[in-house]
Structures are given as structure tokens and as C-alpha cells.
Design a protein around this ligand. Structure first.
Ligand code: HEC
Ligand code: HEC
Length: 219
């Protein structure tokens, strides 16, 4: 009985923390959104991820990610990039968080609440991002590799922002919703205020990509 009570308390504390973290992320968002660079910062990362949605949301790594990586743009998802990519990305963010770079003073203002992560904190959050990263596969090792058609469309369309995902990452039933979200991500991240879609961008049929992923999905 006591074990159960302890478990319940821990679960409750975890979800309360996650709700607090969502609130804190919303407050940070209000801050960067209302800065002069708001419209640019808003498009860097799409709005899907939030602290309570992070894998292992109650872990130290997730909490540090939710604390620091919401201060200038929407929260990143660890699964956006493969493990080898994360250290250099975090390294690129650190000077910004310390007020360096051409937008330094504006960025520093956004970080006023917590300052930059300590070396220990940035090591913990980098390890966390790597642990839950996208798994890297070689496009050439994917099914139907080298053929024109579906494989080609898939690799072209789905390697623009991150490494091309393994079709076995999701089941047949899951893929359509993931691809629909990616189309929203594309619209979000590629939209530059006032500009038209570039007609030279590769064209592809979503239906072909979903079919391809479903043919080779996890059973
Ligand atoms: C002080 C402001 C600031 C903070 C805090 C910040 N970023 Fe960024 N981030 C930026 C800016 C500006 C860009 C766009 C320019 C660029 O890509 O370097 C960006 C872009 C990104 C991108 C998109 C580019 C890509 O390579 O996919 C990722 C991913 C990213 N940040 C991850 C993070 C992570 C992880 C953290 C937390 C450790 C973080 N950011 C914290 C300012 C910040
Ligand atoms: C415009 C940039 C962009 C393009 C192009 C893109 N993605 Fe993503 N992808 C993201 C971002 C941002 C995330 C992390 C946030 C999220 O999960 O929505 C992500 C995460 C993922 C993930 C890990 C999360 C999960 O739910 O498993 C998968 C798988 C994925 N993308 C598949 C695809 C596929 C398939 C395509 C091609 C149809 C694609 N992506 C094209 C931006 C993009």
C-alpha cells in the first residue's frame, strides 16, 4: 500500500512538473515572440513539441532541455536529428545563450531568467538528446534503393531537414499521421513571410511516400 502511494505521488509529481514546464515554455514563448525577431524565431522549429511530450519527461535531461531549449524558439524534439548531429548543434547554441553573435544582446535578454547552462548541464542535455535521437540509416541501404519512383521521392522529400528515417520506425497505422505532421512542419519551416513557394523545389506525391513507408513499416 505504501509502495503504491509512493508510486502515485511520484507519478503525480512528474505530471505536475511537466505541466509547470509547459507553462514556463509558454511564458518563454511570449517573450521571444514579442521581441523584434519574433517572426523569424517562430519559424526555426515547428510548434509540435512541448515539455510534457518529451520522452522520459521527468528525467533530468528532459527537464534541462525543456528549461533551456525553449528560450529563443519552439522546443526541439530529440528525434529530429540523429545522435552524431546533436553535439555540434548544442555547441552552436551555447555562445548564443551567453549573448554572443550578431543577435547577442537580444538573445541575452531572452535568457535573462536562467542564463546559459553550466558545462555539466549541457553535457546532460546533449546525452539526453542523443539517447532519444533519430536512428541514422543509409539511404542506399533502404528497401527499393536506387529505383526511380517511391524510394527516390521518399529520400528527396524526407532528408531535407533531418537524416532520412528508417521506415521501420513506425507501423503501417502510424505513418499517415507522421507524414501529415511533416507536411505541416514543411509548411511551417519553409514559410518566409510574403514569399511564394519556390517552383524549383522538388515535387513529389505524398501518396507515394505514405505507400512506400507502409510497405516497409514495422510489423
Ligand atoms: C539564445 C537563443 C537560443 C537558445 C536558447 C537555443 N537556440 Fe537553437 N537556435 C537559435 C537560433 C537563432 C537558431 C537559427 C540559426 C541556426 O540554426 O543556428 C536556432 C536553431 C536551432 C535548430 C535548427 C537548426 C538545425 O540544425 O536543425 C535546432 C535543432 C536548435 N536550434 C536546437 C537548440 C537546442 C537543442 C537548444 C537547447 C540546448 C537551443 N537550440 C537553444 C537560438 C537559440
Ligand atoms: C521542413 C523540415 C522537415 C521535413 C522536410 C521533414 N521533417 Fe520529419 N521532422 C521535422 C521536425 C521539426 C521533427 C521533430 C518534430 C516532430 O516530430 O514533428 C521531425 C521528426 C521526424 C521523425 C521523428 C518523430 C516521430 O514521430 O517518429 C520522423 C520519423 C520524421 N520526422 C519523418 C519524416 C518523413 C517521413 C518526412 C518526409 C515526408 C519528413 N520527416 C520530412 C522536420 C521535417
Amino acid at each position: 500500500m505504501r509502495a503504491l502511494a509512493t508510486l502515485l505521488c511520484a507519478a503525480l509529481a512528474g505530471s505536475l512538473n511537466a505541466a509547470d514546464a509547459d507553462d514556463a515554455a509558454r511564458r518563454a514563448q511570449q517573450r521571444w515572440l514579442s521581441s523584434p525577431h519574433g517572426p523569424m524565431l517562430e519559424r526555426i522549429i515547428p510548434p509540435y513539441m512541448r515539455p510534457s511530450r518529451l520522452p522520459e519527461a521527468a528525467s533530468e535531461g528532459a527537464q534541462l532541455t525543456a528549461k533551456y531549449c525553449v528560450q529563443c524558439h519552439h522546443l526541439v524534439s530529440p528525434a529530429m536529428h540523429h545522435a552524431e548531429k546533436w553535439p555540434a548543434i548544442v555547441e552552436r547554441m551555447l555562445p548564443r545563450m551567453r549573448g554572443g553573435g550578431n543577435m547577442g544582446p537580444v538573445m541575452l535578454q531572452m535568457m535573462a531568467d536562467q542564463g546559459a547552462p553550466s558545462p555539466h548541464e549541457s553535457a546532460v542535455l546533449t546525452a539526453y538528446l542523443q539517447r532519444h535521437a533519430q536512428v541514422r540509416v543509409s539511404a542506399e541501404a533502404l528497401p527499393e534503393a536506387g529505383r526511380a519512383g517511391a524510394w527516390n521521392s521518399y529520400v528527396q522529400a524526407c532528408s531535407q531537414c533531418h537524416t532520412v528515417p528508417d521506415p521501420r520506425r513506425h507501423t503501417r497505422a502510424e505513418w499517415p499521421a507522421v507524414v501529415a505532421r511533416m507536411e505541416r512542419n514543411m509548411a511551417w519551416m519553409n514559410r518566409i513571410a510574403g514569399s511564394q513557394r519556390d517552383p524549383r523545389e522538388p515535387q513529389y506525391r505524398t501518396r507515394d511516400i505514405v505507400d512506400y513507408l507502409q510497405r516497409h513499416a514495422r510489423q
